[in-house]
Design a protein around this ligand. Sequence first.
Ligand code: S3P
Length: 173
Amino acid sequence: MRCNIALLGFMGCGKTSVGRKVARRIGWEFHDTDAIVEKRVGLSIPEIFSRYGEEYFRTLETEILAELATRHHLVLATGGGLPVKEKNREILKEHFFTVFLRVSFPLLFERIRRSTNRPLLKKYRTPEELEALYWARIPYYESAHVIIDADFLTEEEVAEEIIRRARDCGVLT
Ligand code: S3P
């Protein structure tokens, strides 16, 4: 039974800010896998990557997703790489109504290029490398139940659209 909502998409697509708005409107709890990982380890995401490596981060991400999947009435912002792992996609499919916030790469790049809390910007150093990562991930994001094209929508409009689609699919009454 899917009675949680998960937002998927590339870094900078608005999962956290839109997720908070959706949760507030429908009275569900909001969670963010990145924030839970940081709290659990007691370090920021870049520190976790540099001290323990990406694999360690990915393992924790899956553990946290599995824990959250046992709960109900959550809106979850997922890390941009979370749907890449098959195990995570299985958990998402079974326990979450998934929404892909589709934003075009140039727009995302403008939003994230100066961020200091995203270690992948060090691994994928050029816009071309990052864009290749974006396209490699699109098929995983597209496995979501619903896709919202968010380039020309405000965060409020995206939140409204998510709620409307969740109602249409019977996730919300
Ligand atoms: C990642 C995205 C980040 C965070 C980590 C790795 C990714 O989350 O989980 O830096 O692999 O795309 P956001 O999508 O919230 O930036």
